[in-house]
Design a protein around this ligand. Structure first.
Ligand SMILES: Nc1ncnc2c1ncn2[C@@H]1O[C@H](COP(=O)(O)OP(=O)(O)OP(=O)(O)O)[C@@H](O)[C@H]1O
Ligand SMILES: [Mg+2]
Length: 330
């Protein structure tokens, strides 16, 4: 593993700026990622996530601000930075006719490993990422999930202390997404520091210790997943009573417990109640049972990314004026 200078901050960046012509894609972002944590950068399409990562990884020049990785200045020591950071999103440049193990071996050689060492590490990584059977299969036959895992494996060849994951699960089906989350959790257990971007609150929630929300090139909020969710208010309890005739009585019980009346939904017997704390759902359910009212279904809905965005920025995450121009930037 690359020797890591002694500092508690894996990333320290202040006032990062990137402009494309007149457009400020990143407009003064500060980021601090602590050693050993998973830090999530959450934002909609075109928010500036990939551009931020690319500047930190020396793949794009910075137009303003300061940044260091484990205390090493990004502008002044790009070669050292490249040894400290593993970046996903590299497989695209690799020959599709190579097999999984050839691909990783090649990456190892490009990173300066001996042929024998590259072989050993490639084998280990393929096993670790559930790709052992795919070792001798050509990459062009890989599924989307396998490609992401191979991509992640390639970024780990040089065993970097900091890993950048740019939207690791966008476009994956739910099962493959879950597997990818497991893989990422394993990395974390191994002590890696991870800087991850995502468009999904649930993903940031599942994986990140702390999150920065960015919107149109600006950081609009930062905190733990819980702090963010609390700041936007809360979750919603969706209830449906078995007997629609009991709806009014049930709404009354809900109002008594929560101090605020639920909103009745068009569906027979249905209502939504805002919770300041998801644990209040239990209080409501107990009170309904004690009142002899029977529930057909009850779900607690966490705030969605869109609700977080609405609350923090006053506009919807969908409502972006700048369309992303670089699909390949993921
Ligand atoms: N090379 C470029 N030239 C011109 N504009 C660019 C370039 N790269 C990015 N942009 C613009 O900068 C903005 C931020 O792009 P970026 O790729 O960083 O967003 P993102 O948050 O990663 O979005 P996504 O979730 O879609 O990946 C977008 O409006 C994008 O169109
Ligand atoms: Mg992106």
């Amino acid at each position: 593993m690359t020797p890591v200078p002694d500092t508690d901050l894996a990333v320290a960046a202040s006032g990062l700026v990137k402009t494309f012509d007149d457009f400020r894609a990143v407009d003064g972002i500060d980021l601090e990622v602590r050693r050993g944590e998973v830090f999530g950068v959450l934002g909609p399409n075109g928010a500036g996530k990939t551009t931020t990562l690319k500047m930190l990884a020396t793949l794009l020049p910075m137009d303003g601000g300061e940044a260091s990785i484990f205390g090493v200045d990004v502008r002044r020591h790009p070669h050292m930075i490249r040894q400290l950071v593993g970046v996903t999103g590299q497989y695209a440049s690799v020959d599709e006719n190579l097999t999984g193990s050839e691909n990783l071996w090649l990456f190892g050689r490009l990173q300066g490993l001996s042929s024998a060492r590259a072989k050993v590490i490639a084998k280990d990584l393929l096993e670790r990422f559930g790709l052992a059977e795919a070792r001798d299969k050509q990459i062009k036959t890989f599924s989307g999930g396998m490609r992401r895992r191979l991509d992640l494996a390639a970024s780990l060849i040089s065993q970097p202390p900091l890993i950048f994951l740019d939207e690791p699960t966008t476009g994956l089906d739910p099962r493959t997404r879950g597997q990818m989350w497991e893989t990422i959790r394993e990395l974390i257990r191994d002590g890696s520091t991870v800087l991850l971007t995502t468009q999904y609150l649930d993903e940031a929630d599942q994986l990140a210790d702390r999150i920065a929300v960015i919107d149109r090139g600006i950081k609009v909020a930062e905190g733990t997943p819980d702090e963010l969710k609390t700041s936007v208010g809360s979750s919603t309890l969706q209830l449906r009573m078995s007997d629609p005739d009991e709806t009014v009585g049930a709404a009354d019980v809900v109002r008594r417990v929560l101090g605020e009346a639920p909103v009745l939904t068009p569906e027979a017997g249905g209502m939504n109640a805002a919770l300041t704390d998801a644990n209040q759902a239990a209080d409501v359910l107990i009170a309904l049972r004690q009142s002899g009212l029977s529930i057909a279904s009850a779900t607690v809905q966490k705030p969605t990314l869109d609700e977080v965005f609405m609350a923090i920025t006053g506009h919807s995450a969908e409502d972006e004026t700048h369309e992303p121009q670089m699909e390949a930037s993921r």
